[in-house]
Design a protein around this ligand. Structure first.
Ligand code: LER
Ligand code: MN
Length: 271
C-alpha cells in the first residue's frame, strides 16, 4: 500500500477536501518531503493547464499521480453526466473527455464521484438507472481507447442518489460491462452507507483500485472513531496494493492534517 494525498490542482481555488497549502509546486514539494508517494489533484478545466509543466513538477519531486480528481467539475462548474439537461450533459461529457486526455498524458486514472450526477435529475423517465449506465459506459469507452482506467466512487446519500456503497458499485460496474472501470472507496462514505466497512472492502475485492481515507468526522485519522486496526488488517488480508490517499477536511490547517495523516499511516504501511 502506498500513501497518497489529495490536493487542489493549479486551476482549483477552493476544493473543500484537499490538503497542503501554497502554490502547486509547494504542495508537491511538501507532499514528497512528508513521505507521500502519490499526489492526486483536483482539476477544473484541463484546457487552461500547462500539461508538461504539471507532469514535470510532479515527476521531478519523485511522485506518482494515481488519479486525476473530477469533483470540482461539479463543485465549481456544476457539470454532471446524469441529468435531463442535454446541454449540461454535453458540456460535462466534453470536459470529462478532456480530463481523460490529461490522465492519459500523465498515466493516471480518473475518478467519477459527484460528476456522475443523480438519477432524480433525469425527471420522469422509465429506467433512469439504465440511462446512467449508458452515459457512464460512453465515458468509460472513450477512456479505454486511451488506456485510462476509471474509478467510480460510491457517495453517501446526501451527495448522490445512486451507487451509495461497495455492493451497489459492483452492481453498476457489472451492468456497464467495462473492464477499465473499478472502484474507489472512501472510508467517510463507507462509514455512512456500508453495513460494515470491512465487508464493503471485501465486496469490492479485486475491483478496489483506490481508497480515500479520513476519520469518521472527516478529519485526519485518529480524530474520530474509525477502527483503523481492523480496516488495515482487512486490506492486508485482501492483498490490496493500491493507494490509501488522504482526502479530508483541511483542519486544523491543510499542512497539519497532511502531516498528522502520514504520521498515523506509519503504524500500518511503509512510508
Ligand atoms: C470526493 O472524493 C468525495 O469523497 C466527495 O464526498 C466530495 O464531495
Ligand atoms: Mn472521496
Amino acid at each position: 500500500m502506498k500513501p497518497g494525498v489529495v490536493v487542489n490542482g493549479p486551476d482549483v481555488i477552493y476544493g473543500p477536501l484537499a490538503l497542503l497549502s501554497g502554490t502547486f509546486e509547494e504542495k508537491v514539494a511538501k507532499a514528497a518531503r512528508m513521505g507521500y508517494r502519490g499526489i492526486e489533484f483536483m482539476v477544473r478545466d484541463p484546457s487552461g493547464l500547462d500539461w508538461a509543466w504539471v507532469k514535470a513538477t510532479i515527476q521531478n519531486a519523485g511522485l506518482e499521480v494515481p488519479q486525476v480528481v473530477t469533483g470540482e467539475l461539479f463543485g465549481a462548474d456544476g457539470l454532471c453526466l446524469v441529468t435531463a439537461d442535454e446541454a449540461l450533459y454535453r458540456r460535462a461529457e466534453e470536459r470529462t473527455r478532456s480530463v481523460i486526455d490529461l490522465a492519459a498524458y500523465l498515466g493516471a486514472m480518473v475518478n467519477i464521484g459527484r460528476l456522475r450526477g443523480q438519477l432524480k435529475l433525469l425527471g420522469e423517465v422509465a429506467d433512469p438507472y439504465s440511462i446512467a449506465v449508458e452515459r457512464l459506459r460512453k465515458v468509460a469507452l472513450y477512456a479505454a481507447e486511451r488506456g485510462v482506467k476509471i474509478t467510480l466512487e460510491p457517495l453517501n446519500r446526501y451527495e448522490s442518489d445512486f451507487i451509495p456503497n461497495a455492493f451497489e458499485g459492483r452492481r453498476f460496474i457489472e451492468a456497464m460491462g467495462c473492464d477499465n472501470v473499478g472502484l474507489m472507496l472512501d472510508l467517510f462514505h463507507m462509514n455512512i452507507e456500508d453495513a460494515s466497512i470491512e465487508e464493503g472492502l471485501r465486496q469490492a475485492g479485486e475491483l478496489l483500485w483506490h481508497l480515500h481515507i479520513a476519520d469518521t468526522n472527516r478529519r485526519y485519522p485518529g480524530s474520530g472513531h474509525m477502527d483503523y486496526d481492523s480496516i488495515f488488517a482487512t486490506l492486508r488480508d485482501m492483498n490490496y496494493q493500491g493507494y490509501v490517499s488522504a482526502e479530508m477536511l483541511p483542519l486544523p490547517d491543510p499542512d497539519t492534517a497532511a502531516q498528522k495523516t502520514i504520521e498515523f499511516l506509519r503504524r500500518y504501511i511503509q512510508v
